[in-house]
Ligand binder design. Structure first.
Ligand SMILES: [Zn+2]
Length: 282
């Protein structure tokens, strides 16, 4: 039986800093780094990431192609502004739309997905190569110069083990691109338990810009780029316009800017990191 990190210490800092309850005890937050974790045990039953998960609130359109392709295109543009991948591995590739976008850009892209339903969709409908299973087990049997994980790290059993597996899998100087919800966002502070990025039933870990950068650096990466985006960033323009009346004022208050990205205060935290050269032979 493994030790339950969720109640004993901060995953980033270790046992020393104090941590205290937030949102009525639903979460605990480290005084040292702001890293936050869900205190409840997550359901561990098989298949929790199958149809029910992808049909739950916010995921109801998971396999609808137009919004997924829009999101995939934005993520790929963001990645390509810093990285030129040749072989890309995506952890938690869901229905495979990001793999498809990467494939169309001439990248050899492979997915790893724990959900049997999502992996099957990616293979059968988008014709993408996907291994069904856990990244930590499957990835080290493969090789890649770029690993992407969008909204994966907040779900995994042990983020350090995940990052170690990514480091082991990457070629020297390889790249890691992550996106997670930002618990330090303006909207998370304002909305508390109703913030859509919280999802305590599924999210064990809640990152801040500082705590994510530290975890990634501790795992042997150098952070090359980090910023945040608001939820609207991934909404197609028509949707953004239709919902502008309530989305736009909230973001303007939160970020004090009409932009969709911000260095720290947006809802979604993005990092591009590179395998550090320190300590590697040649
Ligand atoms: Zn901490």
């Amino acid at each position: 039986m493994s030790v339950d990190h969720r109640t004993t210490h901060c995953l980033v800092c270790g046992p020393r800093p104090a941590h205290r309850p937030r949102l009525g005890g639903l979460l605990r937050r480290c005084d040292g780094c702001g890293f936050t974790w869900t205190t409840q045990e997550q359901a561990e039953e098989d298949g929790r990431y199958d149809e029910d998960y992808f049909a739950a609130g916010g995921y109801d359109d998971y396999f609808r192609s137009a919004p997924r392709r829009f999101e995939a295109g934005r993520r790929l543009r963001w990645l390509l502004s810093t990285v030129r991948p040749t072989t890309l591995l995506e952890a938690g590739c869901a229905g495979g739309y990001f793999l498809e976008a990467a494939h169309h850009a001439g990248i050899t892209a492979t997915g790893i997905e724990v959900s049997h339903a999502a992996a099957t969709f990616a293979r059968d409908h988008l014709n993408m190569p996907v291994h069904q299973g856990y990244f930590e087990t499957v990835a080290p049997t493969l090789t890649a110069d770029t690993i992407c994980a969008f909204h994966v790290l907040e779900h995994v059993e042990d983020p350090r083990a995940f990052l170690h597996a990514a480091h082991t899998t990457l070629t020297p100087g390889g790249w890691l691109a992550l996106e997670v919800p930002n618990i330090a966002s303006a909207a998370a502070h304002r909305l508390g338990v109703t913030w859509p990025g919280l999802q305590p039933r599924y999210h064990r870990w809640h990152f801040t810009p500082g705590s994510l950068a530290r975890l990634v650096t501790d795992a042997g990466f150098e952070v090359v780029r980090q910023d945040t985006a608001v939820f609207r960033y991934y909404m197609p323009l028509g949707y953004r316009l239709r919902h502008a009346r309530h989305l736009l004022p909230a973001d303007l208050i939160g970020l004090r800017s009409p932009r969709l990205t911000h260095p720290r205060r947006g809802d979604l935290l993005r990092v591009i990191a590179r395998v550090a050269r320190t300590g590697r032979s040649t």
